[in-house]
Design a protein around this ligand. Structure first.
Ligand code: CMX
Length: 437
């Protein structure tokens, strides 16, 4: 058993005991009143999930195990002193709650490099059977499901194991799956956009650096950008669609591949991870329709207002929880200013940022008019040469595996049961609040 698993037993067992005692001794305590509005508007703010990896504050943004993004940029191990932290370190932090040492990060990097070699050949056959113009998220999700033939959890479950040990093969499956996602993502990228001209992994590179390398973007800057991208998209508490879907499906003891694939199907929605691609469509359509490369603020305003008049959303803006500019937006803008200060797409994204919040506020209904992570991520990737927009949500998905699959390991460590909320019909709700037609 590796030392991380030993650590998880040490940390996880007492926590599982606490969960049991909470249910037994305090299970009938009311923790929150639920309003009809909450139920009917996507359960916003309804406390109903147990997640330890990260916490989202409406004003401040995300904290991973208590640390903000700027704090982690200082505290997590990096390759270059002025570089971005290695996502391996963030994974270790989310999993154990402790800041990693350089040795911890190297251990995970090596583990992932070794495990990445185990992708069975049928996974590539399955991808190759799909048309090349199938959206990369279709290819990505299909590959994830195809990899579930390797599920260690499924095999262990069939042998008949003790419930409290389920987390062990879940951990193994998660480590396998995370290690293989960059290889799959790069394979799809090269298949669709680079004439099937594939690039082997470099065993000396870290997980995110290798992804950039296998995609064919080998510069130091793109590797740094990929580390940043993989960190900031990794986790956003438990209630976002990709995390919640992974957790929900996992609660049926579906293996990590099934569970993660469910999360990725959610990520592929335009209100969630697909927004990064849609932002680029929106920007390019704007430039095309206005007819100039560098539209003025007045022209952007008019275009944004037309989008709203058509009953469409402005992608990259708004959030179900956040009520301020997303710190994941800010950190990307800072990166762009440092490494690509003159990139036209970044300047355009900044101009949109000046104009769009006021327009959204003026609707009187948008609760958060500020940019989210997707408002700039595509402009940034594009400015560094990754111009093929349909791959952006796949990259988001590779990153998201770090958080949601850590949450899945913790679901098993806590011993959480099958999720099964109660549903009611419309008449029940009308009756409950005394509504009369
Ligand atoms: N453009 C136009 N209208 C918007 C809007 C936007 N960017 N954001 C919210 N609204 C609208 C909603 O559609 C809703 O309209 P109706 O009352 O007519 O249905 C109203 O404002 C209230 O919505 P809200 O409570 O402010 O927002 P929600 O919590 O329901 O939705 C989100 C949040 C992200 C889905 C929404 O802001 C949105 O659609 N944004 C654009 C898509 C996007 O960027 N998604 C990525 C989010 C981050 C991620 O997961 O990656």
């Amino acid at each position: 058993m590796d030392y991380i698993k030993e650590k998880l037993i040490e940390i996880g067992r007492p926590k599982a005991e606490t969960v049991k005692k909470l249910i037994k001794n305090y299970g009938d305590k009311t923790i929150q009143d639920v309003t009809l509005g909450q139920v009917m508007t996507g359960m916003k703010g309804m406390v109903s999930l147990l997640t330890c990896t990260s916490k989202l504050d409406a004003e401040e943004g995300i904290r991973f195990r208590g640390y903000t993004i700027p704090q982690l940029q200082e505290l997590l191990p990096k390759i270059q002193k002025d570089g971005e932290p290695l996502p391996e370190g963030l994974f270790y932090l989310m999993l154990t709650g402790e800041l990693p040492t350089v040795d911890d990060v190297n251990f995970i990097s090596n583990q992932w490099a070794q495990r990445a070699q185990g992708i069975p050949s049928h996974v590539y056959d399955v991808i190759n059977a799909l048309p090349k113009d199938a959206h990369p998220m279709i290819q990505f999700n299909t590959a994830i499901l195809a990899m579930s033939t390797e599920s260690q959890f499924r095999k262990a479950y069939l042998t008949g194991m003790d419930k409290k040990d389920y987390w062990g093969p879940t951990y193994e499956g998660v480590m396998d799956l995370i290690s293989r996602l960059p290889v799959i993502a790069a394979y799809i990228y090269r298949r669709v956009f680079h004439n099937e001209n594939y690039i082997d992994p470099d065993p000396n590179l870290d997980w995110a650096g290798n992804l950039a390398h296998m995609m064919g973007h080998d510069s130091d800057e793109v590797k740094r950008l990929m580390r940043l991208y993989m960190n900031i998209h990794s986790d956003h508490e438990g209630g976002n669609v990709s995390a919640h879907a992974t957790h929900l499906v996992g609660s049926a003891l579906s293996n990590p591949y099934y569970s993660f694939s469910a999360g990725m199907n959610g990520l592929a929605g335009p209100l969630h991870g697909m927004a990064n691609q849609n932002v680029m469509h929106w920007l390019h359509k704007m430039v095309r329709e206005i007819g100039v490369e560098n539209p003025s603020e007045a022209q952007i305003k008019e275009y944004a207002e037309t989008t709203l008049k058509k009953g469409q959303v402005i992608p990259g803006y708004g959030h179900a929880v956040l009520r301020k500019t997303d710190p994941r937006f800010t950190v990307q803008l800072e990166f762009a200013k440092k490494y690509a200060p003159d990139a036209p797409l970044i300047q355009l994204a900044e101009k949109v940022y000046k104009v769009v919040p006021d327009i959204l506020l003026s609707t009187g209904k948008v609760k958060n008019p500020w940019p989210n992570v997707d408002a700039i991520s595509g402009s940034l990737l594009s400015s560094f040469g990754i111009t093929e927009y349909p791959i952006y949500t796949v990259l988001f998905g590779v990153s998201r595996s770090l958080g949601v699959l850590t949450q899945l390991i913790w679901d098993r460590l806590y011993g959480l049961p099958l999720e099964r909320p109660k549903s009611q019909n419309l008449a029940w709700y009308m009756d409950k609040v005394g509504y009369k037609e």
